[in-house]
Design a protein around this ligand. Sequence first.
Ligand code: SF4
Length: 112
Amino acid sequence: MKNHHEYDTAESCLIGRDPRTMSSAELEALGRPRVSRGDAIRAKCIDCSGGNAAEARRCAMLDCPLWPFRMGTDPFREPKSEEQRQLASQMAKARRAALGKDQDSIGLGPSL
Ligand code: SF4
């Protein structure tokens, strides 16, 4: 497995690898848990706020690009309809079943 960095010969220094070229398994092997963008932004904001979630909530740095997203949600996105929520739930169940993580839901019993 490759490292999380590579050598940039033009700049003669180590640079971070492009995550677009990395698999989920490679990222997880580096100790990067699988998280959503919203959760990653929330974690960054709490970190920026000295580890205090309440302070992240109170952040007044409007010029920060993360400010609208600091609570872990995208306020620009239209809320999902009930139909969209149900479809997303069914798709998530199917994905978990396909990955063998939720075999009970498809009647196969727990994975061994
Ligand atoms: S919005 Fe920007 S300044 Fe505010 S807590 Fe998040 S990262 Fe820090």
